[in-house]
Every structure is written in C-alpha cells, then in structure tokens.
Design a protein around this ligand. Structure first.
Ligand code: ATP
Length: 311
C-alpha cells in the first residue's frame, strides 16, 4: 500500500465571477469545492491508477469532515488524526482570465497533536510499502517534523518520497537519514540552495552534487513543459515530453509523484518509472480538476516520452 500524507489539507473553493470588484458585492456565478492539499492529489491519482492507497494527515472541524466525506465519495481509503481546530479553506476567485487567491494558513497544532500524529504515522507504516509526504507543515510543528517522520520511516524500513519546499525540506535534507526520493522543481531548488538554478543540464548536474543531496536514491527535478532532469544513484537522465494542450497545470507535480510512486511500487524499470511519472503529470495538465487524470489516456502519451541517459 502507498501512504499519502497531507499535514495541512484544505477545502479548495473556486468562485467564478464575471468581474471582480473591490469594496463592493461580488455575486458568484459558478463555484467548485474540492478536498485539496498536495498529498490528497497524490492519493487521488494513485487511486485512479488502481494502486492500493491510504490518505492520512491531520484535519479538524466541519471542514475536516467535508474532506473525509469527499474522500469517501471518491472511494479513497483515509485515516486522519482529528485535531481540535478547524481545517482551512483556500479560495481562488476566477475573474477576467485572472486568478486571485485567498489562502488561510490553517490550524496550529498542539505539541500533543504533533506527537499523536507521529504515533499514528508509525502505526500506518506497518502496512505500507512506500510513503509519499507532500506539502507544507502546519503551524505549531517544529521545522524538523519531517525529519522525525523520516527517522520513523527508516526505522520501519519504508521508503519515503518527500515533496516539500523551504525550511521543512531543508531540515529534512540535513538529516543523516535521507528521503528515498524528492521531486523539487527548479524554483524550489533555487530557494533551497539560495542560488539561481536553471533548466540547463550542466547546471543541474552540478547543483545535484551538493552534499545536501548525497544519499538520496532518486531526485526528480520537474520542469513543467520541459519534462524533467533525474538523478538515480550515479546515473543522470533527461526526460523529454511532447507538446500538449494545457487546461490547468496546478497539481501536476503531485500527479507526477503519484505516477512515480505507483511505478516504483510495481518494481518497474527506470525507464517505465520515469515515463509513468511524466505521463501522469501531463495528464493532470489536460484536465480542469486539480490532482485528477484521465487514466484511459495513459497509453496514448506514454510512448511519446523520451528518457535519455546523459553523461
Ligand atoms: P505543482 O506545484 O503545480 O504541482 P510542480 O512545479 O511541482 O507543479 P511541474 O514541474 O510544473 O511540477 O510539472 C510536473 C510534471 O507535469 C512535468 O514534469 C510534466 O510531466 C507535467 N507538466 C507540467 N506542466 C506541463 C506543461 N505545460 N506541458 C506538459 N506537461 C507538463
């Protein structure tokens, strides 16, 4: 089973208004409400690929209840720690071809809740072959919280894919127990290392030689429409993808993590793992929904992806 962790899930609400007026009443023409958060996207795409998955993390209040309801409706098994405070809403207002976002930071966890989740996490790992941890940490947890989760997953012998950014990622990479895989984009690499990282191969090769990355089995640097640069052990790969019609690219990184996790969990070859990861990322961009793919299109795009080893 793949375990998909979201520590700060949300209900994502998108409001469509014809024109957005400040200091006035805006009447919503159309709205959409979904269970959001990077790990939930990973869980959804993994379930769509018919791989056994469990969504976990922390949630609370009626917003938390709504998230569970939505997961149950989509037949995604879930087991979250219930916390005292209410989970968050994230609002996107779509107007005149623009997107104005209002994002709540989410509930602050108490020390006891932080400890309780680590206990739950360890319990869930007993039935897990691969764990994907995605997104930011909620307030109240120490910046080294993912480091603590990493230590537990090492103890339990479960490989961890960590898709995070900023302080929580850099703290986790400082741990002597490294994640099995990470999936930064070039902006996240730049932020992590405090220097500009561009999509140029020589630059990426040199960047990944940084001691922070030593001991990580898979580093997938995703580059949107440019595909990805990947280091697996001592080997580097350039993965090229075809041009496609993009509808909504949000959540493509999460769909990529899901495809990668599923292929890895099925013990597939390096080439198949990378092609699957890129295809799920691409399929996500072709749908209006976030963290959602049309699995029937998998074969149509898979063969157009080129995986080349680079020296
Ligand atoms: P997000 O934060 O929105 O989840 P990300 O920055 O983590 O995204 P990206 O590098 O944008 O991730 O995209 C991940 C993968 O999705 C890419 O490697 C590619 O396979 C696919 N993808 C993303 N954008 C495009 C695009 N414009 N055209 C084709 N494929 C895309």
């Amino acid at each position: 089973m793949i375990l998909a962790v979201t520590m700060n899930p949300s209900v994502d609400i998108s409001y469509h208004v014809e024109s957005f007026k400040l200091d006035d009443i805006n009447r919503v023409e159309d709205l959409r409400k979904t269970a959001g958060g990077k790990g939930l996207n990973v869980a959804r795409v993994t379930a769509q690929m018919e791989e056994a998955v469990m969504a976990t993390g922390v949630l609370g209040g009626t917003i938390g209840d709504y998230i569970v309801q939505e997961l149950n409706k989509s037949n995604i098994p879930n087991d979250f720690l219930k916390i005292k405070k209410e989970s968050r809403n994230c609002i996107a207002i779509l107007h005149e071809g623009m997107q104005t976002e209002i994002l709540e930071s989410g509930p602050a966890l108490s020390k006891e809740e932080g400890a309780a989740f680590l206990e739950k996490f360890e319990g869930l790992l007993a039935n897990t072959s691969l764990v994907a941890v995605s997104g930011s940490l909620p307030k109240g947890l120490a910046a080294n919280y993912y480091q603590q989760m990493l230590k537990i997953s090492h103890k339990m012998g479960v490989r961890m894919i960590l898709d995070s950014s900023g302080e929580s990622l850099s703290q986790a990479l400082l741990c002597e127990k490294k994640p099995f895989a990470i999936k930064p984009n070039t902006a996240e690499l730049s932020q992590l290392l405090g220097m500009k990282v561009d999509a140029e191969i020589a630059n990426l090769k040199q960047t990944l030689n940084h001691p922070l990355f030593h001991g990580i089995e898979w580093i997938i640097v995703s580059m949107g429409g440019e595909g990805a640069f990947v280091r697996h052990g001592d080997d580097d790969y350039k993965v090229t993808i075809p041009k496609i019609e993009v509808v909504n690219p949000v959540g493509s990184g999460d769909a990529t993590v899901a495809g990668f996790a599923v292929a890895l969990n099925r013990n597939q070859s390096v080439e198949t793992i990378l092609k699957t990861a890129m295809t799920t990322g691409m399929l996500n961009t072709m749908e209006a929904g976030t963290g959602y793919i049309d699995v029937n299109k998998m074969n149509e795009y898979f063969d157009f992806i080129k995986v080349e080893k680079v020296d």
